[in-house]
Design a protein around this ligand. Structure first.
Ligand code: NAP
Ligand code: HSE
Length: 429
């Protein structure tokens, strides 16, 4: 048996304790699978005396994660503290500078500093791995950077924030409004310390930016992910969209073309109810990858939680134990292209929900505005009148976002709307 691979774990919260449990319970299996023992030398967290439900007595303690990263008996820093900068980045850089591998679940740090950290790790000849940072237990980083690496990827898409999917699913099932379900999610402990990371689409946007880099050979570009959260989604949107055969998802889409540049969106979209994405319930994640040779690959599973996330962390650790050191984003970091963001999103069908005054010619005026902007109506449904107005749903054929925005701006002047119109993109899946 060769030398053990010795871990230094910085962060002993949900994920960190999960990693400790796997190392402790599966020691023999891990050694058999990699040909060498995987051990823990030292750990670090803020509070030394907290009971974490795992036995840490055999490990050295470091108050300072940077000191942990530099220890002679640590081969791999396992960074599980979180945060874009601060101790997570400092410890990661210190580990790389000392020639140690790093495994992290920290999408925020990599979405912002991924290019620089990848260049530093590759120059030092060490691994910087982050399977757990995207969609928790789903092995999507490995799928894209290894299993599908012979494909030209045309699109990466998915539901990558379990909390948002839980909220949208629960709103539909209960008929409760967003505010009430948000509170439920908070009480269940689903929300990040800053809930805007979840419901504002930021956490999922970080994940999408990382996948886009691997898929398209581009530098991580989180600043140009178009973000819209779910906080404006109403129960009426959910119900009416359901009537037209759709479900609302916080959906990330990344696609690139030479002509248009890199498009990255994390926005509420409609998907067909019967599609795999439409069937995705509660806090589960799903990533859909389209490649020129493999066709469409669908990966589904737990996107968060102690076990699933620790499973992904340990998969990276085991690859390092086996000696697998690959470029961080699938190809050498210095060859990743800085590409311009797409000026406009790809054309799409649009769902419109209008509250129309019930008077002669009202619908005709709306149809004229859409027609003038080159938007053709595919399907339409009018409901019985509520007071002065009647809800009308329209699904258009494919058209550009520009055309839609122009039409929305002109609706007001028709004088036939009793409330602000709602438009949601329908994503082809
Ligand atoms: P967590 O439960 O909040 O745990 C964070 C840990 O980091 C705690 O043990 C904390 O110490 C420690 N810590 C924080 N600041 C520190 C500092 N300055 N020095 C030393 N230790 C420090 O977080 P988590 O949920 O495990 O998440 C960890 C990472 O995994 C984050 O990057 C997160 O985005 C990512 N992630 C989490 C999940 C998930 O399901 N939870 C899924 C995917 C990715 P104390 O315990 O003493 O306070
Ligand atoms: N807050 C995230 C989610 C989990 O709800 O999916 C960590 O990535």
């Amino acid at each position: 048996m060769t030398d053990p691979l010795r871990l230094g774990i910085a962060g002993l919260g949900t994920v960190g304790t999960g990693v400790v449990k796997i190392v402790q319970t599966h020691a023999d299996m891990l050694a058999a699978r990699t040909g060498r023992p995987v051990t823990i030398s030292a750990v670090s967290a803020r509070s030394r005396n907290k009971d974490r439900g795992v036995d840490l007595s055999g490990y050295a303690w470091e108050d300072d994660p940077v000191a942990l990263a530099g220890r002679d008996d640590v081969d791999v820093l396992v960074e599980l503290m979180g945060g874009t900068d601060g101790p997570a980045r400092a410890a990661t850089r210190a580990a790389i500078a000392r020639g140690k591998h790093v495994v992290t679940a920290n999408k925020a740090m990599l979405a912002v500093h991924g290019q620089g950290l990848a260049e530093e790790a590759e120059a030092a000849g060490v691994a910087l791995r982050f399977e757990a940072a995207v969609a928790g237990g789903i092995p999507v980083v490995k799928a894209l950077s290894e299993s599908l690496s012979a494909n030209r990827i045309t699109r990466v898409m998915g539901v990558m924030n379990g909390t948002c999917n839980y909220i949208l699913t629960r709103m539909e099932a209960s008929g409760l409004p967003y505010g009430k379900v948000f509170k439920e999610a908070a009480d269940l402990g689903y929300l990040e310390a800053d809930p805007q990371l979840d419901v504002g689409g930021i956490d999922a946007g970080h994940k999408l930016a990382l996948l886009a880099s691997i898929a398209f050979g581009t530098q991580v570009d989180f600043d140009n992910v178009h973000l819209e959260g779910i906080d404006r989604i109403t129960i009426e949107d959910i119900t009416r969209a359901g009537d037209m055969g759709y479900r609302i998802k916080l959906l990330g889409v990344a696609q690139m073309s030479e002509a248009r540049g890199l498009e990255q969106r994390m926005t509420p979209c409609l998907v067909p109810r019967k599609s795999p994405l439409g069937q995705l319930r509660n806090a589960t994640n799903m990533v859909v990858i389209d490649g020129d040779s493999c066709g469409q690959i669908v990966l589904r599973g737990a996107g968060a939680g102690e076990g699933p996330t620790a499973s992904a962390v340990m998969a990276d650790v085991l690859d390092i134990a086996r000696g697998l050191i690959l470029p961080v984003f699938g190809q050498p970091a210095r060859t990743l292209k800085a590409v311009p963001p797409a000026a406009a999103s790809a054309p799409a069908a649009w769902y419109l929900r209008l509250s129309l005054l019930d008077k002669p010619g009202a619908l005709a005026r709306i149809a004229t505005v859409l027609g003038d902007e080159g938007l053709s109506i595919d399907r339409m449904r009018q409901y019985g009148r509520h007071g002065e107005a009647a809800p009308v749903l329209i699904v258009t054929h494919k058209g550009t976002r520009d055309a839609l925005d122009h039409a929305m701006a002109k609706f007001d002047a028709t004088g036939v709307l009793s409330a602000a119109p709602v438009a949601i993109r329908i994503e082809e899946v």
